[in-house]
Design a protein around this ligand. Sequence first.
Ligand SMILES: Cc1cc2nc3c(=O)[nH]c(=O)nc-3n(C[C@H](O)[C@H](O)[C@H](O)COP(=O)(O)OP(=O)(O)OC[C@H]3O[C@@H](n4cnc5c(N)ncnc54)[C@H](O)[C@@H]3O)c2cc1C
Length: 343
Amino acid sequence: MVGDFELRAPVVIVTSGGIGGNHDLVRQNWPARLGPAPRYMVTGVPAHVDGRMLAITQQAGGRIVNPDRMWHYTEGLRNYDPIWPGHGIRILPGPSSMWFDATGKRFGAPDFPGYDTLHTLKSITASGYDYSWFVTTKKIIGKEFALSGSEQNPDLTNKNIWLLLSRIWQTPEPIQRFVDKGADFVSATTLPDLVTGMNRLTGDNLVDLTDLQRQIEARDREIENPYSKDAQVMGIRNALAYPGDTLSRTAAIHRILDPDAGPLIAVRLNILTRKSLGGLQTDLSGRVLDATGQAVPGLYAAGEVAGFGGGGAHGYRSLEGTFLGGCLFTGRQTGRAAAAATA
Ligand SMILES: Cc1cc2nc3c(=O)[nH]c(=O)nc-3n(C[C@H](O)[C@H](O)[C@H](O)COP(=O)(O)OP(=O)(O)OC[C@H]3O[C@@H](n4cnc5c(N)ncnc54)[C@H](O)[C@@H]3O)c2cc1C
């Protein structure tokens, strides 16, 4: 396209999504309560999620509220086959991998895989580094790793029930491809080799073999103790008490250093940008409000650009997987209101 064009409409509905594709904007709005903004992040949303329409709508009179509310994941992998620049894929982990900061210090409760995303994010930034490690086994990865994104879930995307069921007895192909090709994976049959690989991968040389071994052996001892007070071991046992998790989400409890469960695998986890919980302030009809709380004539917003409704319907946190509901609901409300306004 060459040159400019202008379109006029009685109502305009902004539905341009969040800001996760624009790391500068993410850092600019990063809340102090989550510690220092990471220097390095992978991008968990397409490039069009750049927040550009927020500033444009602001110029048209709209008000942005709660820009510091955001939700980013702590288990981001660099995609070996990226679809957009800096493309990161999130692991949705089961409960058994051991989680360490960049220096090889094990996180405490509630920073266990799949527990409390924003708390773990804070713990990672507090470590002074912007990445962390899973130390795990092939057996755990095969049963407990799932990846976020439609292209990583051909069984669900293609509604292939047999492929979906095969997750119960085999490592899904997309996961195996990451283990084989992913830049963040280190596999080894012995712990010394694993630590050498971890230090080589980051170049930081922060992980000490003796210290890591001590922590893993301490955790492994707890497997033999039916009354263990290791909070993660208790959590694994709790998950295994539920047949659904035993079937598809939680590996049988075992020692990390058990050679039969190996090889050992370390996964470097990057911070992955994802959701914007603040945005354009709207009323219940999706009308964008100005700084005085008055509706800007003809201007509406819905979905993530409106903080999933109102400018922050989720508060500071949210429940996993509930974001699309806000998109659909505010889309419906706003569409109906805009149609009524122009009828
Ligand atoms: C990999 C992944 C997994 C997710 N999993 C879940 C999940 O399991 N559960 C859940 O609830 N949520 C999930 N989410 C979040 C959810 O998908 C998003 O919050 C939701 O899609 C936002 O919808 P939206 O319509 O507001 O914006 P988007 O879906 O981002 O759509 C914005 C649209 O606006 C267009 N656009 C942007 N800027 C402009 C512009 N300047 N001019 C013209 N067009 C523009 C874009 O091209 C795009 O089509 C996931 C997100 C990702 C990326």
